[in-house]
Ligand binder design. Structure first.
Ligand code: CP
Ligand code: NVA
Length: 303
């Protein structure tokens, strides 16, 4: 059976821990020709820096090939229906990583593709980011279970995938957003089911100070995700008291990490200069996209 990764919930705790272990091993020792002869198609409806470059390099460094298909080129759902694109690409490539506006498009692609489909970010989730972040946290803290991650921003794709990741791996998840910008109910309910098994605690609040207090990791993301540009003005007003800055970080543990998936908006969701704070691990996060996705591609294509 082909292995799609459309949501973090497609993995269980064991598989996540194994992926992190594999990524650490590949990062340490390399794996030069592991994917020789294999081809990945990157099918993107939205812009990208990290996801595109890290997937392209991952294939190149593992001996495979990558083909980038830009929004203008393919016209997903406009020039051609998603189902037909999936059937055509399946005849050429071994795996598809797609960045789409809607999660539904990913499901259509996966349903009509005979090769695995990876979610490279949708409106609902960003599983490759969350898995890479778990790698970064485990490197910095030596464990995942029992740590507390405070996510202070919008209940967006990154928040949803981190909530599920935390609940699967025994991390506590604190979440603070303005009222009306919480994580999706279905994602929360799924997270609660995982938490009941792993022992994770979920705390939801509208108070960023409450969320950050005593946290091991303070995590934020943009207030306006790709596709929400029309709401930019309203959101910058609604989120204005949710900025992550030194004052907020000082409520977390002394050895807390500051995390952000990037791109960041300096002076909005983070204070200017925060990326250079000694607690910031944002560029390790960006680097680990490469290592984690190598392990993910190997798992999907070779196992
Ligand atoms: N973090 C992340 O996914 O970055 P890009 O949007 O640049 O790929
Ligand atoms: N929430 C952001 C993440 C970017 C990596 C977005 O969807 O634009």
């Amino acid at each position: 059976m082909k292995k799609d990764l459309l949501s973090i919930a497609d993995l269980d705790r064991k598989e996540i821990e194994h992926l992190i272990e594999q990524a650490r091993c590949i990062k340490r020792e390399g794996a030069s020709s592991l994917l020789s002869g294999k081809t990945l198609a990157l099918l993107f409806e939205k812009p990208s820096l990290r996801t595109r470059v890290s997937f392209e390099l991952a294939m190149y460094q593992l001996g495979g090939h990558c083909i980038y298909l830009s929004p203008e080129e393919v016209g997903l759902g406009k020039r051609e229906p998603a189902a037909d694109i999936a059937r055509v690409l399946s005849r050429y490539v071994d795996v598809i990583a797609a960045r789409t506006f809607s999660q539904e498009t990913l499901h259509i692609l996966a349903a009509h593709s005979s090769v695995p489909v990876i979610n490279a970010l949708s409106d609902l989730e960003h599983p490759c980011q969350a898995l890479s972040d778990l790698l970064t946290i485990s490197e910095k803290k030596g464990k995942l279970s029992g740590l507390t991650l405070a996510f202070i921003s919008d209940g967006n794709n990154v928040a949803n995938s981190l909530l599920l990741s935390a609940c699967l791996t025994g991390m506590n998840f604190h979440f603070a957003s303005p009222p009306g910008y919480e994580v999706k109910k279905e994602v929360l309910n799924q997270g609660k089911k995982f938490a009941a098994l792993s022992g994770s605690q979920i705390q939801l609040t509208n108070n960023p100070h409450e969320a950050a207090r005593g946290a091991d990791i303070v995590y934020t993301d943009v207030w306006v995700s790709m596709g929400q540009e029309a709401e930019a003005e309203k959101r910058s007003f609604v989120f204005s008291s949710y900025q992550v800055n030194s004052k907020l970080l000082s409520l977390a543990k002394r050895d807390a990490l500051f995390m952000h998936p990037l791109p960041a908006h300096h002076g909005q969701e983070i204070s200017a200069g925060l990326l250079d704070d000694p607690r910031s691990v944002v560029f390790d996060q960006a680097e680990n996209r490469l290592h984690l996705q190598k392990a993910l591609l190997a798992r999907i294509l070779l196992c």
